[in-house]
Design a protein around this ligand. Sequence first.
Ligand SMILES: [Ca+2]
Ligand SMILES: [Ca+2]
Ligand SMILES: [Ca+2]
Length: 207
Amino acid sequence: MGSGSSKQDFREIAQHSRLDYKDLENLLKTFKSISKNGKINKDALKKTIEQKFGGMDPTFSNVLFNLFDRNGDKDIDFQEFCLAYGYLVNRSHDDVVNVSFKCLDLNGDGMVSKGELRSVVMMNKRMEKYMRHDKKIPLDKIQLDPKETSEIYAKADQLFNMLDQNGDGNINTTEFQNIVNGNEAIQKVFTDLLVKDHSVDFFLDKK
Ligand SMILES: [Ca+2]
Ligand SMILES: [Ca+2]
Ligand SMILES: [Ca+2]
């Protein structure tokens, strides 16, 4: 799909993203203000996040970018933008498994390492703290104390060991799908981990 957003496109996007027409109109405005030639690249996304958050956590911008760039071509088009937004807002989604995997695979090599899982869990914790401080401290200045950090790592590692079924130190897509598909509790963990509801206001200033 190109950058031209005809009524037909809108209908299709509305159906898939579970967003209403009004939402899509607002999103299109936001999308146009961030995008160049109908696409948002990683730099443009970073800049937008920086403006909102004062500072930028690299893990966070990677997770977000992976969440949006569904086909992995390193650009976010309008349809992807809406789908991810709908995912964040509605929290009822069919592709939690695939999206989660992409968000966790920060370097895009097709596997989730222990370090990547730790980073994402850590990012989530910092985001929580950031919200608790009323966004007064820039996100990249939020620090966790050693006790918090070791607790987070322990939790992340426990999850990692559960997912790494063959014990080779990486989670591949098959392992991930096997465990996460059939397990709603784990799906919920990932939904909570990846991006919180309050993160939705990155782009839209809802009145
Ligand atoms: Ca894309
Ligand atoms: Ca990886
Ligand atoms: Ca493995």
